[in-house]
Design a protein around this ligand. Sequence first.
Ligand code: DP6
Length: 402
Amino acid sequence: MPGDSVDKENMITCTAPVNIAVIKYWGKRNEDLILPINSSLSVTLHQDQLKTTTTVATSRSFQEDRIWLNGKEEDISHPRLQSCLREIRRLARKRRNNAGPGFDATALSHKVHICSINNFPTAAGLASSAAGFACLVYTLARVFGVEGELSGIARQGSGSACRSMYGGFVQWIMGQQEDGKDSLAQQVEPESHWPELRILVLVASAERKPVGSTSGMQTSVQTSSLLKHRAESVVPGRMVEMTEAVRRKDFAAFAELTMKDSNQFHATCLDTYPPIFYLNNVSHRIISMVHRYNRHYGETRVAYTFDAGPNAVIFTLQQHIPEFVQMVQYFFPPEINGGQFIKGLSVDQAPLSEELKQAVGLEPMPKGINYIISTKAGPGPCVVEDPAQHLLGSDGLPKKTV
Ligand code: DP6
């Protein structure tokens, strides 16, 4: 049927990054609008290593809104997907009403097809909802000609997604208003600000899937008095200190706050009733290894942080990467060798001194870490200009390769 084909002008593909919080978001004051009980701050990871790609098409021939995630059709009636779609269409309508004659708003009356994939395995347990919702909102906005502040919409898909709307170092200001209009993300510094800063994702082997963030933080808000104390009395000061540390590129201050905040977040999980355990034996060993490494050198050269799962995200400066990676491989002898074990930015070989091995002095744990993704801070969402990269074909359905 000729009417079935989608014009190229009605199809847009964009990519969006993953972010890792160094001051954690945990707990909502409004579940529907996704308003947090404290502000948070994150580093956007480079999309060369970790990204979501999303294609959105509109056509008068589409019968209904549809979505495919990593090759599988999913239920579009999910309330968070609906919030994002509704908000973008609302802004598009507002724009049309203000735009006078000549403004082409035909797409507004059409249904959308959405197709999204990650360039990293979902099974790795890396948070994909932040990149996913950021990409969805960014791409929908392009398709419907919506410009300006979009982090407030991404936030309604998943709280942490609002921080993936910007590159570099990003804060999510909790806001005060009941309607959430002031609960938005803001760039603190761009990705070019601190080029020596490097990031390693240590993908830990896990036996089971942990409790999801949404339900986990709900139980924490209901039961943990430590979380209340953290949100009211600890995070406000830490946000100021962290912003300063980033601006000054003060690695030791940045690293210590990052570790303390990760530890306090996991302490609130333990203070939740019933308790939530996200860290496993591998995570605990990584924590010990980092502290012993830093103690050996008498300075804070490396930091760890953990989200709602056992994977560690490591921050360090470029000059320490080769030795640190060598040490990880020594204490966590991999199942796969060399090149396969380290993905992403290349890492030089380095010798590992006997003194360092002895100072760290841990029992090696074979296969504790599946692989390492070596990356750095990166940019926010981008439009993909090459039409060959669209994930939907001209029939509006996922291409066979997706
Ligand atoms: C531990 O953003 O996944 O990663 O808002 O319910 O979708 P929802 O939760 P989500 O929570 C992320 C929690 C965290 C910390 C962080 O990213 O700040």
